[in-house]
Design a protein around this ligand. Structure first.
Ligand SMILES: NC(=O)c1ccc[n+]([C@@H]2O[C@H](COP(=O)([O-])OP(=O)(O)OC[C@H]3O[C@@H](n4cnc5c(N)ncnc54)[C@H](OP(=O)(O)O)[C@@H]3O)[C@@H](O)[C@H]2O)c1
Length: 352
């Protein structure tokens, strides 16, 4: 991407979802580099606390906050105006607000699916529309959206509504890059960050229609690590960045052996992460309310999940190795050539 780098000290950075998890860690990470941050979410108490921490993080850091529901276009425009009236410009806009809901495609009510798509897909569109007029005037800017490896690269049962929303972001960001290139917005970078599991309160904030309890979580990385990647991406924009355990390996394995990875993820989710039927009440989580009481950077699961992370990565490497070895054996001497060998035009020697 031919975009000027952002100098972080003094840069004006808007972060949605800044009251909790990845957004909160991201706001603090930018503030530690001397940025002037504008925090947006619905939890006023949490925003005030994060704003104070940001100001204390670096002598040049400044902070403002705006209470905003990202599903409200006017509220998003107000966030952008707050940034410009307070600090004069918008250098970086991070769409980090997001929600999830657990349940099969048949179980999750259409209204809740719609709410997830509104907050996860349409809100980043609203964010882009709020920020882009200012970035176009400036001739530069960086728009960063937090998608997910789940949906952006691989799928999982019971997370269909969420995964579809995250897949849509990858698609929309690519379109936006093309449109900006065609309409005089070449100085504006559009970057998609795809984290794997992250230890934030996200899983306790989710709606749940599966009636099953999450007994353990996917392998996780820390929100601080994701935040460092977001800050690096703002300073040196890249189209798509993956972060976290298995974030590169899993999509690669899915390309090589889609059937195997699909089965492995489905079975792991069914037997590893979810408890038996009727172990959890139906809830809409924080889909329709602020997460103020439970907002924090970490969810508290990271330490115990490191082992799971290593196990999962080892299992995927093992499975891919087994499949690779089996295909290699299949094209041994005396066996008929495979389609891939033929189509690639590689020589096949028959045993005489
Ligand atoms: N945790 C993971 O494993 C993981 C992995 C990959 C991607 N992600 C993505 O990372 C992003 C952040 O999630 P997280 O893990 O940090 O979860 P989190 O701790 O639950 O934080 C979610 C944030 O979104 C805000 N939010 C939710 N609905 C909102 C609304 N209608 N209006 C304004 N703000 C809203 C919340 O603030 P208020 O409630 O105060 O409004 C909160 O600040 C999400 O997009 C998520 O999909 C998470």
């Amino acid at each position: 991407m031919r975009v000027q780098r952002v100098r972080l000290p003094g840069a004006v950075v808007v972060v949605t979802g800044a009251s909790s998890g990845i957004g909160r860690a991201t706001a603090l990470a930018f503030a530690k580099r001397g940025a002037r941050v504008v925090l947006a979410a619905r939890s006023v108490g949490a925003l005030e606390r994060v704003a104070r921490q940001c100001v204390d993080a670096h002598p040049r850091a400044e902070a403002a906050w705006a209470c905003a529901d990202v599903s409200d276009e006017g509220a998003m425009a107000h966030v952008a105006q707050t940034a410009v009236s307070r600090f004069g410009r918008i250098d970086v806009w991070v769409n980090a607000a997001g929600i999830g809901v657990l349940g099969t495609v048949e179980q999750v009510p259409v209204a809740d699916m719609g709410r997830v798509w509104d907050v996860n897909v349409l809100a980043p569109v609203r964010g882009a529309r709020a920020a882009l007029p200012y970035m176009r005037d400036q001739g530069r800017g960086v728009l960063i959206t937090i998608s997910s490896v789940l949906g952006g690269a691989v799928q999982a049962p019971y997370m269909g509504a969420y995964a579809a929303s995250k897949a849509a972001l990858v698609s929309l960001d690519e379109t936006l890059r093309q449109e900006l290139a065609l309409t005089g917005g070449r100085g504006i970078a559009v970057c998609t960050v795809l984290p794997a599991g992250v230890d934030t309160p996200f899983y306790s904030h989710m709606g749940n229609h599966s009636r099953r309890r999450l007994k353990s979580l996917p392998p996780t990385t820390t929100p601080e690590r994701v935040a460092r990647v977001v800050v690096r991406t703002a300073a040196r924009p890249r189209r798509r960045v993956r972060v976290g355990p298995g974030a590169r390996l899993l999509p690669w394995a899915h390309t090589v052996t889609p059937g195997l990875v699909e089965r492995a993820v489905a079975l792991r989710t069914e037997h590893g992460y979810l408890d038996a039927a009727d172990t959890a009440p139906v809830t809409t989580g924080v889909l329709y309310r602020a997460c103020d009481g439970t907002a924090s950077v970490r969810g508290g699961a990271h330490a115990s999940l490191r082992t799971w992370g290593r196990r999962a990565v080892t299992a995927v490497i093992g499975a891919v190795g087994v499949v690779g070895a089996r295909s290699a054996l299949r094209v041994g001497p005396g066996r008929p050539p495979t389609t891939s060998l033929r189509t690639r035009g590689l020589p096949f020697r028959r045993r005489s």
